[in-house]
Design a protein around this ligand. Structure first.
Ligand SMILES: C[S@@+](CC[C@H](N)C(=O)[O-])C[C@H]1O[C@@H](n2cnc3c(N)ncnc32)[C@H](O)[C@@H]1O
Length: 190
């Protein structure tokens, strides 16, 4: 299965943190706080350099990413980091409390596979939180165009479409934060 835009992130890993703004913990908590269990083990999937993990105060964040270069950056920040494909998470069944996918789903070719892998990995009451860009907004159209220009093979989803895909994967799905950058959250029923 193709791994989307991973090779580009391998090449640009060392510049990534210098080009990016810090993640906003409030927008991440809008989804994480829906978990029906304490969030102790969190998988930051497509987590790259660990930008989202570093914004949170979680006992055990683990970055999972397909790009070795990005994992090295995450490790340089003291984070636990494991190489893996988001659609085949390298963890046991029902072994984590939250799965976070921040600004990364649009780079992943197999969205249904990503949702299914998160469902398998989560404990009952755990939460899948996806932060994405709404391609129907003006700024979203700008992002879509910019990613095409740089040669990314990105696929963006409107919030309602992504919420339906998460619900179809067995989650109780909602949109706790809307706008250009939006959040879809899915709670795995207990
Ligand atoms: C734009 S970066 C976002 C990184 C981080 N989540 C953040 O917010 O800064 C997208 C990341 O997704 C990773 N990625 C893309 N496809 C992937 C896949 N199928 N499995 C795991 N990681 C993937 C890339 O290697 C890259 O590190």
């Amino acid at each position: 299965m193709p791994l989307g835009d991973v090779s580009a992130f391998d090449r640009f890993a060392r510049a990534y943190d210098r080009l990016m703004y810090a993640a906003d913990p409030a927008t991440l908590h809008a989804g994480l706080d829906l978990a029906e269990r304490p969030v102790e083990v969190l998988l930051d999937v497509g987590g790259g350099s660990g930008r989202a993990s570093r914004a949170l105060d979680v006992p055990r964040p683990v970055v999972v990413d397909a790009a070795r270069g990005m994992l090295r950056e995450a490790q340089s920040h003291g984070l636990e980091a494991v190489q893996g494909d988001a659609a085949r998470l390298p963890v046991g069944d029902e072994s984590v409390d939250a799965v976070l996918v921040v600004d990364a789903l649009h780079h992943m070719a197999d969205v249904e596979g990503v949702v299914a892998a998160a469902h398998r990995a989560l404990r009952p009451g755990g939460v899948l939180v996806i932060r994405e860009f709404d391609p129907t907004t003006l700024r979203g159209r700008g992002i879509v165009a910019a990613e095409r220009v740089v040669g990314f093979d990105s696929q963006f989803y409107a919030p309602g479409d992504l919420r339906r895909r998460v619900a179809a994967g067995g989650f109780t799905a909602s949109i706790p934060d809307g706008g250009f950058g939006y959040t879809v959250a899915g709670v795995k029923p207990s």
